[in-house]
Design a protein around this ligand. Sequence first.
Ligand SMILES: Cc1cc2nc3c(=O)[nH]c(=O)nc-3n(C[C@H](O)[C@H](O)[C@H](O)COP(=O)(O)OP(=O)(O)OC[C@H]3O[C@@H](n4cnc5c(N)ncnc54)[C@H](O)[C@@H]3O)c2cc1C
Length: 402
Amino acid sequence: MNNIFETPKIKELIPKIKQFLKKHLYELETPENLNGLFSKIEPLLLEKRELVKKEGLFGLHLSEEEGGKGLSLCEFGQISEVLAYSPFGHFVFNTQAPDIGNTELLHKYASKELKHKYLKPLQEGKIRSCFSMTEPEFAGSNPVMMGTTAIKDGSDYIINGHKWFTSSADGAAFAVVMAVTNPEAAPHQRASQIIVPLDTPGYEFIRNIPIMGHAGDGWASHAEVKYNNVRVPQTNLVGEEGSGFKLAQERLGPGRIHHCMRFIGIAQRSFDLMCHYALKRKITDDKTLGHQQFIHGFIAESKAEIDSTRLLVLNTAKNIDEFGASACRDEISAIKFHTANMMLRVVDRAIQVHGGLGMTNDVVLSYWYAHERASRIYDGADEVHKSALAKNILKNFNPVSL
Ligand SMILES: Cc1cc2nc3c(=O)[nH]c(=O)nc-3n(C[C@H](O)[C@H](O)[C@H](O)COP(=O)(O)OP(=O)(O)OC[C@H]3O[C@@H](n4cnc5c(N)ncnc54)[C@H](O)[C@@H]3O)c2cc1C
Protein backbone atom coordinates (compact mmCIF):
# COMPACT_ATOMS: atom_id res chain seq x y z
CA MET A 1 0.00 0.00 0.00
CA ASN A 2 1.10 3.55 -0.67
CA ASN A 3 2.47 5.43 2.37
CA ILE A 4 2.13 9.16 1.73
CA PHE A 5 4.79 9.93 4.37
CA GLU A 6 7.40 7.59 2.89
CA THR A 7 10.77 9.05 1.93
CA PRO A 8 13.85 7.36 0.43
CA LYS A 9 15.46 7.19 3.90
CA ILE A 10 12.38 5.55 5.40
CA LYS A 11 12.12 3.11 2.53
CA GLU A 12 15.67 2.01 3.17
CA LEU A 13 15.64 1.94 7.00
CA ILE A 14 12.29 0.40 7.96
CA PRO A 15 12.85 -3.06 6.40
CA LYS A 16 16.29 -3.25 8.04
CA ILE A 17 14.85 -2.41 11.46
CA LYS A 18 11.99 -4.88 11.06
CA GLN A 19 14.50 -7.55 10.14
CA PHE A 20 16.58 -6.73 13.21
CA LEU A 21 13.55 -7.03 15.48
CA LYS A 22 12.63 -10.41 14.00
CA LYS A 23 16.15 -11.73 14.24
CA HIS A 24 17.21 -10.39 17.63
CA LEU A 25 14.47 -8.88 19.76
CA TYR A 26 11.16 -10.78 19.61
CA GLU A 27 12.90 -13.83 21.04
CA LEU A 28 13.65 -11.83 24.20
CA GLU A 29 9.97 -11.52 25.12
CA THR A 30 10.01 -14.22 27.78
CA PRO A 31 7.97 -13.84 30.99
CA GLU A 32 11.24 -13.54 32.95
CA ASN A 33 12.65 -10.81 30.74
CA LEU A 34 9.44 -8.82 30.59
CA ASN A 35 8.53 -9.02 34.25
CA GLY A 36 11.84 -9.54 36.04
CA LEU A 37 14.42 -6.97 37.05
CA PHE A 38 15.71 -4.82 34.22
CA SER A 39 19.27 -5.15 35.53
CA LYS A 40 19.13 -8.87 34.70
CA ILE A 41 18.42 -8.37 31.03
CA GLU A 42 20.38 -5.13 30.56
CA PRO A 43 23.74 -6.83 29.71
CA LEU A 44 22.02 -8.79 26.94
CA LEU A 45 20.34 -5.63 25.61
CA LEU A 46 23.69 -3.85 25.59
CA GLU A 47 25.11 -6.72 23.52
CA LYS A 48 22.25 -6.20 21.07
CA ARG A 49 23.18 -2.52 20.92
CA GLU A 50 26.57 -3.54 19.59
CA LEU A 51 24.80 -5.43 16.79
CA VAL A 52 22.73 -2.32 16.04
CA LYS A 53 25.98 -0.37 15.72
CA LYS A 54 27.41 -2.98 13.34
CA GLU A 55 24.32 -2.66 11.14
CA GLY A 56 24.83 1.13 11.03
CA LEU A 57 21.48 1.72 12.73
CA PHE A 58 22.65 3.31 15.98
CA GLY A 59 21.61 6.87 16.86
CA LEU A 60 18.96 7.15 14.19
CA HIS A 61 17.49 10.24 15.85
CA LEU A 62 20.72 12.23 15.58
CA SER A 63 21.72 14.81 13.01
CA GLU A 64 24.17 13.82 10.28
CA GLU A 65 26.99 15.83 11.95
CA GLU A 66 26.43 13.78 15.10
CA GLY A 67 26.59 10.48 13.26
CA GLY A 68 22.85 10.01 12.73
CA LYS A 69 20.73 10.04 9.60
CA GLY A 70 19.40 13.59 9.89
CA LEU A 71 15.80 12.41 9.86
CA SER A 72 12.86 14.78 10.05
CA LEU A 73 10.41 14.30 12.94
CA CYS A 74 7.95 12.74 10.51
CA GLU A 75 10.61 10.26 9.38
CA PHE A 76 11.80 9.43 12.88
CA GLY A 77 8.18 8.98 13.99
CA GLN A 78 7.78 6.15 11.51
CA ILE A 79 10.90 4.51 12.91
CA SER A 80 9.64 5.01 16.44
CA GLU A 81 6.52 3.02 15.55
CA VAL A 82 8.52 0.06 14.29
CA LEU A 83 10.92 0.07 17.26
CA ALA A 84 7.89 -0.13 19.58
CA TYR A 85 6.80 -3.47 18.13
CA SER A 86 9.24 -4.84 20.74
CA PRO A 87 9.25 -3.55 24.34
CA PHE A 88 13.06 -3.53 24.06
CA GLY A 89 13.32 -1.82 20.65
CA HIS A 90 13.83 1.75 21.75
CA PHE A 91 16.34 0.85 24.45
CA VAL A 92 18.43 -1.31 22.14
CA PHE A 93 18.53 1.45 19.51
CA ASN A 94 19.33 4.08 22.22
CA THR A 95 16.23 6.10 21.35
CA GLN A 96 14.45 5.49 24.67
CA ALA A 97 12.70 8.07 26.82
CA PRO A 98 13.71 10.03 28.80
CA ASP A 99 17.17 10.07 27.18
CA ILE A 100 15.95 10.97 23.72
CA GLY A 101 14.15 14.04 25.10
CA ASN A 102 17.22 15.11 27.06
CA THR A 103 19.39 14.54 23.98
CA GLU A 104 17.21 16.88 21.95
CA LEU A 105 17.11 19.45 24.74
CA LEU A 106 20.89 19.51 25.22
CA HIS A 107 21.50 19.48 21.48
CA LYS A 108 19.46 22.65 21.13
CA TYR A 109 20.20 24.57 24.33
CA ALA A 110 23.27 23.31 26.18
CA SER A 111 26.60 25.12 26.17
CA LYS A 112 29.58 23.61 24.33
CA GLU A 113 31.05 22.37 27.65
CA LEU A 114 27.78 20.73 28.76
CA LYS A 115 27.42 19.09 25.37
CA HIS A 116 30.88 17.62 25.62
CA LYS A 117 30.40 16.40 29.18
CA TYR A 118 26.81 15.12 29.04
CA LEU A 119 25.37 15.04 25.54
CA LYS A 120 28.19 13.16 23.83
CA PRO A 121 28.25 10.16 26.20
CA LEU A 122 24.45 10.13 26.15
CA GLN A 123 24.39 9.94 22.37
CA GLU A 124 26.99 7.18 22.48
CA GLY A 125 24.85 5.19 24.90
CA LYS A 126 27.60 5.27 27.55
CA ILE A 127 25.44 6.93 30.20
CA ARG A 128 21.72 7.38 30.94
CA SER A 129 19.82 10.41 32.19
CA CYS A 130 16.48 11.45 33.68
CA PHE A 131 14.11 14.39 33.80
CA SER A 132 13.08 15.54 37.27
CA MET A 133 10.06 17.84 37.30
CA THR A 134 7.02 16.32 39.04
CA GLU A 135 6.68 16.69 42.83
CA PRO A 136 4.53 14.69 45.24
CA GLU A 137 3.33 17.78 47.13
CA PHE A 138 2.10 19.70 44.06
CA ALA A 139 -0.21 18.89 41.14
CA GLY A 140 1.98 17.97 38.19
CA SER A 141 -0.83 19.11 35.90
CA ASN A 142 -0.05 22.68 36.91
CA PRO A 143 3.75 22.58 37.23
CA VAL A 144 4.10 26.33 37.85
CA MET A 145 3.24 25.36 41.42
CA MET A 146 6.66 23.96 42.20
CA GLY A 147 8.49 23.62 45.51
CA THR A 148 12.02 22.92 44.27
CA THR A 149 14.32 25.94 44.39
CA ALA A 150 17.76 26.73 43.00
CA ILE A 151 19.34 29.66 44.84
CA LYS A 152 22.52 31.36 43.70
CA ASP A 153 25.54 31.13 45.99
CA GLY A 154 28.76 32.53 44.52
CA SER A 155 29.15 30.85 41.16
CA ASP A 156 26.90 27.91 42.13
CA TYR A 157 23.24 27.04 42.51
CA ILE A 158 22.08 25.34 45.69
CA ILE A 159 19.13 23.10 44.90
CA ASN A 160 16.53 21.87 47.38
CA GLY A 161 13.44 19.90 46.51
CA HIS A 162 11.45 16.70 46.53
CA LYS A 163 10.56 14.98 43.24
CA TRP A 164 8.87 11.79 42.22
CA PHE A 165 8.27 9.93 38.99
CA THR A 166 11.79 10.82 37.93
CA SER A 167 11.79 7.97 35.43
CA SER A 168 15.03 6.03 35.00
CA ALA A 169 16.87 7.90 37.77
CA ASP A 170 18.13 4.56 39.10
CA GLY A 171 21.58 4.21 37.53
CA ALA A 172 21.39 7.50 35.59
CA ALA A 173 24.49 9.71 35.45
CA PHE A 174 22.60 12.99 35.60
CA ALA A 175 19.19 14.57 35.98
CA VAL A 176 17.79 17.60 34.23
CA VAL A 177 16.09 19.25 37.22
CA MET A 178 13.30 21.82 37.01
CA ALA A 179 13.72 24.32 39.85
CA VAL A 180 12.47 27.80 40.68
CA THR A 181 15.31 30.28 40.12
CA ASN A 182 13.27 33.47 39.71
CA PRO A 183 10.41 33.41 42.25
CA GLU A 184 9.45 37.06 41.59
CA ALA A 185 8.99 36.58 37.84
CA ALA A 186 5.70 35.78 36.07
CA PRO A 187 4.62 32.16 36.81
CA HIS A 188 5.88 30.71 33.54
CA GLN A 189 9.24 32.47 33.83
CA ARG A 190 10.11 31.34 37.35
CA ALA A 191 11.75 27.99 36.70
CA SER A 192 14.94 26.84 34.99
CA GLN A 193 16.37 23.52 33.87
CA ILE A 194 19.66 22.64 35.52
CA ILE A 195 21.90 19.60 35.07
CA VAL A 196 22.64 17.75 38.31
CA PRO A 197 25.17 14.91 38.18
CA LEU A 198 23.66 12.23 40.40
CA ASP A 199 26.87 11.63 42.33
CA THR A 200 26.68 15.18 43.72
CA PRO A 201 26.56 15.27 47.55
CA GLY A 202 23.02 15.95 48.80
CA TYR A 203 21.28 14.00 46.05
CA GLU A 204 19.15 11.38 47.80
CA PHE A 205 17.66 8.42 46.00
CA ILE A 206 14.66 7.45 48.13
CA ARG A 207 13.08 4.55 46.23
CA ASN A 208 11.87 3.17 42.95
CA ILE A 209 8.09 3.54 43.07
CA PRO A 210 6.38 0.21 42.34
CA ILE A 211 3.98 0.56 39.39
CA MET A 212 1.10 -1.88 38.82
CA GLY A 213 2.85 -4.53 40.90
CA HIS A 214 6.21 -4.08 39.19
CA ALA A 215 9.05 -3.01 41.49
CA GLY A 216 11.09 -1.42 38.70
CA ASP A 217 14.84 -0.96 38.52
CA GLY A 218 17.47 0.60 36.28
CA TRP A 219 16.13 2.20 33.15
CA ALA A 220 12.69 0.62 33.72
CA SER A 221 11.91 2.53 36.90
CA HIS A 222 10.30 5.66 38.30
CA ALA A 223 12.09 7.13 41.32
CA GLU A 224 11.29 9.31 44.26
CA VAL A 225 14.31 11.50 44.99
CA LYS A 226 15.35 14.48 47.08
CA TYR A 227 17.80 17.30 46.43
CA ASN A 228 19.20 18.40 49.80
CA ASN A 229 21.43 21.47 49.42
CA VAL A 230 22.80 20.07 46.16
CA ARG A 231 25.51 22.40 44.89
CA VAL A 232 26.17 22.63 41.14
CA PRO A 233 27.93 25.32 39.10
CA GLN A 234 25.68 27.92 37.46
CA THR A 235 27.22 26.84 34.18
CA ASN A 236 25.04 23.69 34.48
CA LEU A 237 22.05 25.82 33.51
CA VAL A 238 20.46 24.69 30.24
CA GLY A 239 19.33 27.63 28.10
CA GLU A 240 18.41 30.92 29.76
CA GLU A 241 17.53 31.39 33.42
CA GLY A 242 13.72 31.39 33.74
CA SER A 243 13.21 29.53 30.47
CA GLY A 244 12.41 26.16 32.13
CA PHE A 245 8.77 26.00 31.05
CA LYS A 246 9.50 27.21 27.54
CA LEU A 247 12.12 24.50 27.16
CA ALA A 248 9.77 21.90 28.68
CA GLN A 249 7.12 22.83 26.12
CA GLU A 250 9.62 22.59 23.29
CA ARG A 251 10.81 19.22 24.57
CA LEU A 252 7.25 17.94 24.80
CA GLY A 253 6.25 18.80 21.21
CA PRO A 254 8.54 16.32 19.42
CA GLY A 255 8.44 14.13 22.56
CA ARG A 256 4.71 13.61 22.09
CA ILE A 257 5.26 12.50 18.50
CA HIS A 258 7.81 9.97 19.77
CA HIS A 259 5.37 8.73 22.44
CA CYS A 260 2.38 8.65 20.10
CA MET A 261 4.23 6.75 17.40
CA ARG A 262 5.43 4.34 20.08
CA PHE A 263 1.79 3.89 21.13
CA ILE A 264 0.88 3.18 17.51
CA GLY A 265 3.66 0.59 17.33
CA ILE A 266 2.27 -1.14 20.41
CA ALA A 267 -1.25 -1.04 18.94
CA GLN A 268 -0.01 -2.43 15.61
CA ARG A 269 1.87 -5.32 17.22
CA SER A 270 -1.14 -6.08 19.46
CA PHE A 271 -3.34 -6.03 16.37
CA ASP A 272 -1.04 -8.45 14.57
CA LEU A 273 -1.01 -10.79 17.57
CA MET A 274 -4.80 -10.57 17.76
CA CYS A 275 -5.28 -11.49 14.09
CA HIS A 276 -2.65 -14.24 14.26
CA TYR A 277 -4.41 -15.81 17.22
CA ALA A 278 -7.88 -15.38 15.72
CA LEU A 279 -6.73 -17.30 12.65
CA LYS A 280 -5.23 -20.21 14.52
CA ARG A 281 -7.46 -20.67 17.62
CA LYS A 282 -10.03 -23.33 16.77
CA ILE A 283 -13.42 -23.13 18.43
CA THR A 284 -14.94 -26.07 16.53
CA ASP A 285 -13.43 -28.67 14.20
CA ASP A 286 -13.77 -26.43 11.18
CA LYS A 287 -13.97 -22.91 12.66
CA THR A 288 -11.49 -20.57 14.32
CA LEU A 289 -12.11 -17.41 16.33
CA GLY A 290 -11.56 -15.58 13.06
CA HIS A 291 -14.96 -16.84 11.87
CA GLN A 292 -16.83 -15.04 14.65
CA GLN A 293 -18.54 -11.71 14.08
CA PHE A 294 -17.63 -10.34 17.50
CA ILE A 295 -13.98 -10.90 16.62
CA HIS A 296 -14.52 -9.29 13.20
CA GLY A 297 -15.75 -6.21 15.04
CA PHE A 298 -12.59 -6.07 17.18
CA ILE A 299 -10.38 -6.48 14.13
CA ALA A 300 -12.20 -4.01 11.88
CA GLU A 301 -12.47 -1.30 14.54
CA SER A 302 -8.83 -1.70 15.52
CA LYS A 303 -7.63 -1.53 11.91
CA ALA A 304 -9.59 1.68 11.25
CA GLU A 305 -8.46 3.25 14.54
CA ILE A 306 -4.77 2.43 14.11
CA ASP A 307 -4.58 3.59 10.49
CA SER A 308 -6.52 6.82 11.05
CA THR A 309 -4.50 7.67 14.18
CA ARG A 310 -1.22 7.07 12.36
CA LEU A 311 -2.28 9.53 9.67
CA LEU A 312 -3.22 12.12 12.30
CA VAL A 313 0.06 11.77 14.20
CA LEU A 314 2.30 11.81 11.12
CA ASN A 315 0.43 14.80 9.76
CA THR A 316 1.10 16.58 13.06
CA ALA A 317 4.77 15.58 12.86
CA LYS A 318 4.97 16.99 9.34
CA ASN A 319 3.41 20.24 10.51
CA ILE A 320 5.88 20.47 13.41
CA ASP A 321 8.71 19.93 10.91
CA GLU A 322 7.34 22.76 8.80
CA PHE A 323 5.89 25.28 11.27
CA GLY A 324 7.45 24.41 14.68
CA ALA A 325 5.87 22.86 17.78
CA SER A 326 4.24 26.00 19.20
CA ALA A 327 2.21 26.52 16.01
CA CYS A 328 0.86 22.97 16.40
CA ARG A 329 -0.22 23.06 20.05
CA ASP A 330 -3.81 22.03 19.35
CA GLU A 331 -2.80 19.13 17.15
CA ILE A 332 -0.25 17.97 19.72
CA SER A 333 -2.89 17.99 22.49
CA ALA A 334 -5.32 16.10 20.26
CA ILE A 335 -2.90 13.32 19.30
CA LYS A 336 -1.70 12.75 22.87
CA PHE A 337 -5.01 11.71 24.42
CA HIS A 338 -6.46 10.26 21.23
CA THR A 339 -3.51 7.95 20.56
CA ALA A 340 -3.06 6.78 24.15
CA ASN A 341 -6.72 5.80 24.40
CA MET A 342 -6.70 4.13 20.99
CA MET A 343 -3.68 2.04 21.97
CA LEU A 344 -5.26 0.96 25.26
CA ARG A 345 -8.47 -0.09 23.45
CA VAL A 346 -6.54 -2.18 20.93
CA VAL A 347 -4.38 -3.85 23.60
CA ASP A 348 -7.55 -4.61 25.56
CA ARG A 349 -9.27 -6.18 22.54
CA ALA A 350 -6.18 -8.25 21.75
CA ILE A 351 -6.18 -9.56 25.33
CA GLN A 352 -9.88 -10.38 25.06
CA VAL A 353 -9.30 -12.39 21.88
CA HIS A 354 -6.50 -14.35 23.58
CA GLY A 355 -8.84 -15.28 26.44
CA GLY A 356 -7.04 -16.56 29.55
CA LEU A 357 -3.74 -16.63 27.67
CA GLY A 358 -4.00 -12.86 27.21
CA MET A 359 -3.89 -12.37 30.98
CA THR A 360 -0.70 -14.38 31.41
CA ASN A 361 2.91 -13.29 31.32
CA ASP A 362 3.38 -15.69 28.38
CA VAL A 363 2.29 -12.98 25.95
CA VAL A 364 3.56 -9.42 25.74
CA LEU A 365 -0.02 -8.03 25.83
CA SER A 366 -0.37 -8.22 29.61
CA TYR A 367 2.95 -6.38 29.99
CA TRP A 368 1.66 -3.52 27.83
CA TYR A 369 -1.71 -3.51 29.57
CA ALA A 370 0.02 -2.85 32.90
CA HIS A 371 2.78 -0.54 31.75
CA GLU A 372 0.97 1.62 29.23
CA ARG A 373 -1.99 2.63 31.40
CA ALA A 374 0.20 5.50 32.53
CA SER A 375 0.13 6.90 28.98
CA ARG A 376 -3.14 8.67 29.83
CA ILE A 377 -1.42 10.46 32.72
CA TYR A 378 2.21 11.33 31.92
CA ASP A 379 3.13 14.15 29.53
CA GLY A 380 -0.19 15.73 30.42
CA ALA A 381 -3.26 13.86 31.66
CA ASP A 382 -6.08 13.32 29.13
CA GLU A 383 -8.33 15.84 30.84
CA VAL A 384 -5.69 18.58 30.74
CA HIS A 385 -5.09 18.11 27.02
CA LYS A 386 -8.81 17.97 26.27
CA SER A 387 -9.45 21.14 28.27
CA ALA A 388 -6.56 23.00 26.64
CA LEU A 389 -7.68 21.93 23.18
CA ALA A 390 -11.33 22.84 23.70
CA LYS A 391 -10.47 26.21 25.28
CA ASN A 392 -8.23 27.09 22.35
CA ILE A 393 -10.85 26.04 19.82
CA LEU A 394 -13.47 28.22 21.47
CA LYS A 395 -11.08 31.15 21.96
CA ASN A 396 -10.06 31.24 18.32
CA PHE A 397 -13.29 29.86 16.93
CA ASN A 398 -13.07 29.97 13.19
CA PRO A 399 -16.00 28.07 11.73
CA VAL A 400 -15.22 25.96 8.71
CA SER A 401 -18.80 25.54 7.54
CA LEU A 402 -20.85 28.46 8.88
C1 LIG B 1 4.81 6.12 34.58
C2 LIG B 1 5.02 7.57 34.78
C3 LIG B 1 6.22 8.15 34.38
C4 LIG B 1 6.46 9.50 34.62
N1 LIG B 1 7.70 10.04 34.29
C5 LIG B 1 8.00 11.30 34.67
C6 LIG B 1 9.32 11.82 34.49
O1 LIG B 1 10.22 11.15 33.97
N2 LIG B 1 9.60 13.06 34.98
C7 LIG B 1 8.66 13.84 35.58
O2 LIG B 1 8.97 14.95 36.00
N3 LIG B 1 7.38 13.38 35.73
C8 LIG B 1 7.04 12.13 35.30
N4 LIG B 1 5.76 11.65 35.51
C9 LIG B 1 4.78 12.47 36.19
C10 LIG B 1 3.64 12.92 35.28
O3 LIG B 1 4.09 13.87 34.36
C11 LIG B 1 2.52 13.43 36.21
O4 LIG B 1 2.00 12.30 36.90
C12 LIG B 1 1.42 14.15 35.44
O5 LIG B 1 1.87 15.38 34.96
C13 LIG B 1 0.18 14.38 36.33
O6 LIG B 1 0.54 15.05 37.50
P1 LIG B 1 0.06 14.46 38.91
O7 LIG B 1 0.41 13.02 38.98
O8 LIG B 1 0.60 15.34 39.95
O9 LIG B 1 -1.50 14.52 38.87
P2 LIG B 1 -2.43 15.79 39.25
O10 LIG B 1 -1.91 17.02 38.60
O11 LIG B 1 -2.62 15.81 40.71
O12 LIG B 1 -3.79 15.38 38.54
C14 LIG B 1 -4.55 14.25 38.96
C15 LIG B 1 -5.66 14.01 37.97
O13 LIG B 1 -6.53 15.11 38.03
C16 LIG B 1 -7.09 15.36 36.76
N5 LIG B 1 -6.81 16.76 36.40
C17 LIG B 1 -5.69 17.48 36.66
N6 LIG B 1 -5.79 18.72 36.16
C18 LIG B 1 -7.01 18.80 35.59
C19 LIG B 1 -7.71 19.83 34.90
N7 LIG B 1 -7.14 21.02 34.66
N8 LIG B 1 -8.95 19.55 34.44
C20 LIG B 1 -9.53 18.34 34.65
N9 LIG B 1 -8.91 17.34 35.29
C21 LIG B 1 -7.66 17.57 35.74
C22 LIG B 1 -6.46 14.39 35.78
O14 LIG B 1 -7.36 13.30 35.61
C23 LIG B 1 -5.22 13.92 36.51
O15 LIG B 1 -4.86 12.60 36.13
C24 LIG B 1 5.47 10.30 35.23
C25 LIG B 1 4.26 9.72 35.60
C26 LIG B 1 4.02 8.38 35.39
C27 LIG B 1 2.72 7.80 35.84
